[in-house]
Ligand binder design. Structure first.
Ligand SMILES: Cc1cc2nc3c(=O)[nH]c(=O)nc-3n(C[C@H](O)[C@H](O)[C@H](O)COP(=O)(O)OP(=O)(O)OC[C@H]3O[C@@H](n4cnc5c(N)ncnc54)[C@H](O)[C@@H]3O)c2cc1C
Length: 421
């Protein structure tokens, strides 16, 4: 009789695990809290590295389909100074396959393929070591037992407490995410600013990043250092109660050659439109109040750059949490973790990649055990995962310090160190 295997979470980690098991003709139950695949917006674009996420897709037999969907041109990266001067403008070769981009929704659909996901099955708790195996308790009160439960349920995992009492902590950096739709026709100036891939602008303890997704959709991330409760008192936490004088010499234009010819009215840097109520708390659900606060926070930056905020639609508050760099646990037979549930780290382009590769590797290890007990294989996988994830966690933690840093030159230096020439 084959083992009863469940994976909790239908994100990149869980779906890759299930898809590789499926390829090896091993049954697996995917338990996902969302009521359906389109229950919420899937999130921004992901770059999949050739030696991580793409390797995982190869193990799932999906690399060719990925190549057909992905956007190699999306690897382009432009860095501007806060005055709009172009500091770097890196474009990939047409055949560059190191880190092509794919929309998360496309990746999810690719991985879902023939998988039979149990949607709307939020897990509340996992109890290892019962007489019949590992007990899974669902949020709706139902329960079921399995021989192996894989927690791929992300940052706030409900499986993790069965193995570890550690909880994620705030990094001191917050993202506020916004979006632009149909950018090429509705905001051609911004489309030119962003180019085929991403544009990033680094200032003192803050950054603005815009990333092109497919279909003219753009995700914009305002990033800044602030206490977790920054929005409760903007004056105290961000010093936003008064008009900050513009730094001398700031120009709202772009460098020659990139001048986007902005329409009048995008004069963001000159008048951030400060709300008289900014000294008080900010209602994060109030789109115009959030926009106004962000424009005040980025006051003095070039008008074309601030256009990314002026035209953003909804704003989503995403404080960045991480698990400790070397998060491990004492092995417990029948339960393990993958992806963000195991090693949540700053979003510097590697979390989904690791999650997928771990999913693929664990699936291959379990499949290789045939009808035998996979426990030793799971234990060996954990050791391997901890060592690799620990290295990336250290690198991404240091990277976040440099990208949202008191010295913007640090961010540029990091780009020069990691960007392929
Ligand atoms: C702004 C931003 C940009 C990023 N960009 C990149 C990038 O370019 N490249 C990259 O590699 N990484 C990137 N990351 C990181 C990446 O998003 C994560 O590392 C990755 O999604 C982790 O995958 P996962 O499957 O472990 O978890 P998740 O993607 O969080 O998936 C977890 C799944 O579990 C489900 N779930 C949660 N709780 C339960 C429950 N109790 N019961 C059942 N199901 C549950 C969720 O609904 C979800 O479907 C970025 C992150 C952010 C925030």
């Amino acid at each position: 009789m084959s083992h009863r295997i469940a994976v909790v979470g239908g994100g990149p980690a869980g779906l890759t695990f299930a898809r590789v098991l499926h390829r090896h003709d091993r049954p697996v139950t995917v338990l996902e809290r969302d009521p359906g695949p389109d229950a919420r917006p899937p999130g921004g674009t992901l770059d999949l590295h050739d030696k991580l996420g793409q390797l995982a897709l190869d193990k799932a037999g999906l690399l060719a389909e990925f190549r057909a969907l992905s956007r190699p041109e999306g690897q382009a990266m432009r860095i501007l100074d806060v005055d709009g001067t172009v500091l770097r403008d890196w474009r990939p070769r047409p055949d560059e396959q190191a880190n092509p981009e794919i929309d998360r929704g496309q990746l999810r659909d690719l991985l879902l393929g023939p998988l039979d996901v149990r949607w709307g099955r939020g897990v509340a708790e996992v109890v290892p070591g019962t007489r019949d195996g590992v007990l899974v308790r669902f949020a709706d009160g139902r329960q079921e037992t399995f021989d192996l439960v894989v927690g791929a349920d992300g940052a706030w995992s409900r499986v993790r407490p069965a193995l570890s009492s550690v909880r994620p902590h705030y990094t001191g950096v917050t993202l506020v995410e916004s979006s632009l739709d149909d950018v090429d026709t509705r905001h051609p100036d911004l489309a030119r600013l962003i180019g085929d891939g991403s544009v990033a602008v680094y200032g003192v303890n803050r950054a603005l990043v815009a990333q092109r997704n497919s279909g003219g959709h753009v995700k914009v991330y305002a990033q800044f250092r602030a206490p977790l409760d920054w929005h409760t008192d903007l004056e105290r936490h961000l010093g936003l109660n008064r008009r900050a004088p513009l730094s001398p010499g700031l120009s709202p234009g772009l460098s020659p050659g990139l001048s986007p010819g902005l329409s009048p009215g995008l004069d963001g840097g000159r008048d951030a439109g400060l709300d008289p109520g900014l000294g008080r708390g900010l209602d994060l659900a109030d789109v115009e109040a959030v926009r106004s606060s962000l424009l005040a926070l980025f006051d003095g930056w070039a008008a074309p750059v601030l256009g990314l905020l002026r035209h953003g639609t909804a704003f989503v508050h995403r404080p960045l949490y991480v698990l400790p760099v070397s998060h491990t646990w004492a092995h417990v037979p029948g339960v393990t973790l993958l992806g963000d549930a195991a090693h949540l780290m700053p979003p510097l382009g590697v979390g989904a990649n690791l999650a997928m590769l771990e999913g693929a590797e664990l699936a291959e290890s379990v499949a290789a055990c045939g009808p035998g007990d996979p426990d030793e294989a799971v234990r060996a996988f954990e050791e391997h995962m901890w060592a690799r994830a620990g290295r990336w966690a250290k690198m991404t933690a240091a990277g976040l310090e440099r990208l949202v840093s008191p010295d913007p030159a640090d961010a540029l230096a990091l780009f020069d160190e990691v960007q392929p020439s």
